[in-house]
Design a binder for this molecule. Sequence first.
Ligand SMILES: *Cc1c(COP(=O)(O)O)cnc(C)c1O
Length: 435
Amino acid sequence: MIFTQHQQEIAEKIDYNVSKSNWKNWKWQVKHRIRSLDVLESLLGIKFSPDKRSQIEKTIKKFPMAITPYYLSLIDTNNMENDPIFRQSVPTIHELEYSQADMKDPLHEDKDSPVPGITHRYPDSVLFLVSNVCAMYCRHCTRKRRVGDIDNIPTKEEIKIGIDYIRNTPQVRDVLLSGGDPFLLSTDYLDWILTELRKIRHVEIIRIGTRTPVVLPYRITYRLVEMLKKHHPLWINTHFNHPREITASSKEALSKLADAGIPLGNQSVLLAGVNDCPIVMRSLVHKLVVNRVRPYYLYQCDLSEGLSHFRTPVGKGIEIIESLIGHTTGFCVPTYVIDAPGGGGKIPVMPNYLISWSTNKVILRNYEGVITTYKEPDSYEPTFCDRNCERCNLQLPLEDASEYRAVGIEKLLVDYDKTIALVPQKTERVERRSK
Ligand SMILES: *Cc1c(COP(=O)(O)O)cnc(C)c1O
């Protein structure tokens, strides 16, 4: 890991007797997070105008600030206002400009929560918030409603309630640990949580969502990685938004995780003024795969309060995906998703490649604009499916099939379900009918 002259200067302003090993100690970094405007100005060697100062102060009162010295050291002070690191970490008055569409909890994570800490939205996976501490408070946090709640680690008793729910819910095969940031827990505490989850037979995979490789790469210690390795199959998703976040230190963190056999994914958020550009995104995804990180999702910015200045039209995301598909390696392309307001989950959106369709032909276009036809088979004998797998000639392993039940749009496609339409409740038309 490098320790630049600039980092040395910042470190010395924080603590005159600092050593290189202090800087690389993640607990030192957390302890010295920048939380006040005065410290921010002094470490960056800048002075905001009195107006700007009072605006930032006002914003911090509602949505607190916390920046690790490491992440702060990446800010380019010569072009600060346009700097993607600055924009993701330093508060602006625009956070207090709510739009009409803003909501505290747009994804209804709290409503879809059967027990504290758990959001159960999809049939076979749960989101488990095991930490409400973050290394940095991202200005674009979707859980902004919670940022600034007193940093406290859920107790073992509280965690056990979530674990009991998972134990008693056999359809859960995928547990996604998030927060806050699970890597802000001590290694031993996280080890305990993972050990308890691994005792549950139906939990097949565990995932961890963490931004520490981006904002606190020193957290990825050999000791942490040795602990994680005991709990395979374990997947990690991180959160890089801009190519400038991929530094020597973050590369080292990523390679430790990858060397431990942990498949790495990345979830970016599309942010106005940060990464709403096909060239920036292409550079980001290329750098990610070089570091063995697979771009997983590109999120449309949520409707959480305080994010209106970060939102782009959906067309910007489609334009970015258009510029990637076909133009570069298939696994460089993330899935662009809108997390449905009201708790519908993530909905993928794409440019249209299917232009037209007849009974035996589809018309498609490729990334260059070539229009092509795909001839469908003249006859196709569909296999009738009544989910009675024992009688089926397709030889699906029975134990996987037995608990299976069609959900949502799938219901409309299967043969055995008589549902012909999924009708939203409480539309005016439906209400007229019930009269
Ligand atoms: C995103 C999310 C998941 C995981 O979704 P994947 O598409 O499987 O990555 C699970 N539960 C909740 C509540 C989520 O928001």
